[in-house]
Design a protein around this ligand. Structure first.
Ligand SMILES: CC(=O)N[C@@H]([C@@H](O)[C@H](O)[C@H](O)CO)[C@@H](O)CC(=O)C(=O)O
Length: 317
C-alpha cells in the first residue's frame, strides 16, 4: 500500500502506438527502435493498449505480448521508468486476465475505461465496476480512464473520485481525456490537502489544450501527439509551469493546427488513430498502418496530408 500512496506520474506520458506490419500483424521487431525514439525525445513514461495503441483491435494474447515487449525493451533497459497498462476489455473475464498479467510482468499501474456495452448511467454502477477491476490486484495503482468522446460515458468525475475513494484503496487518479475543465478543477480538489497530503493524480489527455489542463492542476499529460512532436509538448509544459503563457500558447496553437489536419484525414481513414499513426514515417519512425477496420492513407492521400501538415507548421516540431 505504501507504493500506492506515493505513486504519482507527471510530465509527458506517451500514449503508445502498436507497431504493425503492412498486413496488419503486430510488429514486435519495431519495439526496440520505437522505445529508443521515445527515450531520445525525453519520454520515459508510457500508456499502453489504450486508444492510440488500438488496444480494442488487438486479441487478448496480443495485448499481453505487447505489454511484455514494452517491459523487455523499456523497463528492463531503464529507458522507461513508468508504464501504465490499459486493461479495459469487453468482458470482465478478459479485463481481470489483463490485470493479472500486468501485475505478473511488472507494470507500474493499470487503467480501465468504463464498461463499453452496458454503459453506466449511475456513479454507483461505475464505482462498482472499477472496484471489481482494481480489487483483482489491490497492490497495483489504479487509474480510471475517462474518455467520453469515444466511450460515451460522461458522469461527473469529482463525484466519482469522492465515491470511489471510500471503495477503491488503490485508486490513484484519472486519465482525463475530456475538454471539461470544470470537471477537472473539481477532481483536482478532491481529498486535497488530506489523504496524507496527496491528492489524486490527474493526467490530462487532450493534447490540443494540454496547457489548460496543466493550469487547472493536472500533473501530467498522456497523449498520442507526444510520439511525433514531443519537443513542442515539453515546451508547452515547461513554459506553462514558468508562467510564460504567451510562448506556451503559441506552441499550443501549433499542436492544434496539426490536430485539425489530422482530424480531417482521420475521418477518411476511420479514426484519428490511423491519421496519427501515418505521421510517424514522416518523422523517421515508421510503425506501419493501423489495423482493420481502420485503413491507412493511399499514396495520394499521404502526399496531400504531408503537404497540409507542412502548411500547419510541421517544420517547427
Ligand atoms: C481520444 C484520444 O484518442 N485521445 C488521445 C489524445 O492524445 C488525442 O489523440 C489528441 O489529443 C489528439 O486529438 C489520448 O488521450 C488517448 C490516449 O491517451 C490513449 O491512447 O488511450
Amino acid at each position: 500500500m505504501d507504493q500506492i500512496k506515493t505513486f504519482q506520474m507527471e510530465g509527458m506520458i506517451a500514449a503508445t502506438f502498436t507497431p504493425m506490419t503492412p498486413d496488419g500483424e503486430v510488429d514486435y521487431d519495431k519495439y526496440d527502435k520505437y522505445c529508443q525514439h521515445l527515450a531520445d525525445n525525453g519520454i520515459h513514461q508510457i500508456y499502453v493498449n489504450g486508444t492510440t495503441g488500438e488496444g480494442f483491435s488487438l486479441t487478448l494474447e496480443e495485448r499481453e505480448k505487447v505489454v511484455e515487449k514494452w517491459i523487455e525493451v523499456g523497463k528492463k533497459t531503464g529507458r522507461i521508468t513508468k508504464m501504465v497498462v490499459q486493461v479495459g476489455a469487453l468482458n470482465m473475464h478478459d479485463t481481470i486476465a489483463l490485470v493479472d498479467h500486468a501485475l505478473s510482468v511488472g507494470a507500474d499501474a493499470i487503467a480501465t475505461v468504463p464498461p463499453l456495452f452496458f454503459k453506466p448511467k449511475t456513479l454507483d454502477y461505475l464505482v462498482k465496476y472499477c472496484k471489481e477491476v482494481a480489487n483483482a490486484a489491490p497492490n497495483i495503482p489504479f487509474y480510471f480512464y475517462h474518455l467520453p468522446s469515444v466511450v460515451g460515458v460522461e458522469l461527473n468525475n469529482e463525484d466519482f473520485l469522492k465515491a470511489a475513494s471510500k471503495e477503491i484503496p488503490s485508486l490513484v487518479g484519472i486519465k482525463f481525456s475530456s475538454k471539461d475543465l470544470v470537471d477537472l478543477i473539481g477532481c483536482v480538489h478532491v481529498n486535497a490537502p488530506n489523504r496524507d497530503s496527496k491528492r489524486y493524480n490527474m493526467l490530462f489527455g487532450c493534447d490540443e489544450m494540454v496547457m489548460s489542463g496543466m493550469v487547472m492542476g493536472a500533473q501530467g499529460g498522456v497523449g498520442s501527439t507526444y510520439n511525433f512532436l514531443p519537443k513542442v509538448i515539453q515546451r508547452i509544459m515547461d513554459k506553462t509551469k514558468k508562467g510564460e503563457t504567451a510562448d506556451a500558447l503559441a506552441d499550443q496553437y501549433l499542436v492544434q493546427k496539426a490536430c485539425r489536419v489530422m482530424y480531417k484525414y482521420g475521418d477518411l481513414l476511420g479514426n484519428n488513430v490511423s491519421s496519427l499513426k501515418a505521421i510517424m514515417p514522416l518523422i523517421g519512425m515508421d510503425l506501419g498502418p493501423a489495423r482493420s477496420p481502420l485503413r491507412p492513407p493511399t499514396a495520394e492521400e499521404l502526399e496531400s496530408y504531408k503537404k497540409e501538415l507542412l502548411e500547419a507548421g510541421m517544420d517547427k516540431w
